[in-house]
Design a protein. Sequence first.
Length: 178
Amino acid sequence: MALKPTIFKFNIALSNVDLNQYLDLNLTVAQHPSETAERMMARVLAYCLNASQDLEFARGLSASDEPDIWQRSLDGRILKWIEIGEPVAERLRKASHIAEQVKVYCFNTKSDLWWARSEKEVTAAKVQAIQFDWGQIVELAGLLARTLQLSITVTDQSAFIASDTGSVEVNWRLLNSF
């Protein structure tokens, strides 16, 4: 019998000062049985950093032909393809052929090694790579509850995230840009 995903509900007041964007997001997120809390929270943060109409969580870990997050146009074109973790460069290269924009958010202790090995191929595929601070992602995962109210303020490659039980600041750096 297959394990079922764990469902989380997020109510997020998002203030992205850099984009002059202020949204109230109500997200239902399914955590795959093999997914860590840190990866799921990195996925939620990446969603918030790219929040726009028609952005949605895809099947990600459950489907090898879909990203973690994507945005599709009304005519079915893939506008954004967003991966979380350290995907193989070939996967990103394929994504860059079918999507208008491809991003990867790496976040764990393997990120530096992944980037050292993949930088040339990822950059050649015109994939934007962003690295979250691992220790801060661990702190963010510490806020996790099945139902969570968050206030997220984004400015200058930093997100201040507050909940009823605590707060954390998550910083990131652009590994490359386009």
